[in-house]
Design a protein around this ligand. Sequence first.
Ligand code: FE
Length: 301
Amino acid sequence: MTSAIPGPGTGKARPVAHIVTAHQQKEGAGFLVRRPVPTRGLDQVDPFLMLDEVGPITYAPGKAMGAPDHPHRGFETVSYILSGEKLHEDSTGKTQLIGPGDVQWMTAGAGIVHSELPGPSFKAKGGLAHGFQIWVNLPARSKLTTPGYQYLPACDIPRAQSPDGLIDVTVVAGEAFGVKAAIGTHTPIWLQDWRIEPGASAHIEINPDFNVAAYVFGGASCFGADRTIVQRGQMAVMGSGSSLLVHASSGSGAGRFLLLAGEPLREPISRHGPFVMNTHDELISAMEDYQSGKMGTIMRQ
Ligand code: FE
């Protein structure tokens, strides 16, 4: 899992190296997403290839949208739902309804075809949809691994609290305040949902070899020794250091952010749409294998 030794931060706090503002675009059948990475000037936060915030959007009955059948190869897709629900079906025969607070960690590996659509009752009734999709790169040695699948309902996801009780962390990957995640990752990764109440602060150790970023999706939070403020819809990419220092922003209510940290792969990337490989030839093979049906199809009754 992780090689960091979490605990009270003592070393140099990482400064905010730069801030990117998520741009909005349409995905799948036309739903709006905020995407801080990849964006102009930020191709990835190695090993994180993409972060989409889907919604928040309130759908009228019958209007919810998703992404119909499409392939992936060479990386992992992580879905974390805050509100609404998503029906996942894939070419290995899995069907899963993912609800509020649930996490689905899908290893596409050598290739999978899946669909990500609103669940039938959500589609019928409509309602608030809000969540995230994160793409995590796989190292070259694992890009053609057998597709895998981890699903954790909200009640099984470990949660941590700061000693003063003012910070709550949903520990999807890695560890926080001594609480370890239940998900297994191919390389050392942290992926956590932080909620920080007014007046709170934390100083935690993070492996100095990791790349670290925070995407703020509620209120605002301040990072680094100089307390650089990061607003809702912005991602802060941290510079070098051995710890993360975060303070609640005054006057914005509770701050919410996704903390992304991981050991960089430092490998070449050749990406196109749903395929992320190391070389152009591997990318061509991925397209050919998909078109010839080698990634399978979703068998529906
Ligand atoms: Fe997908």
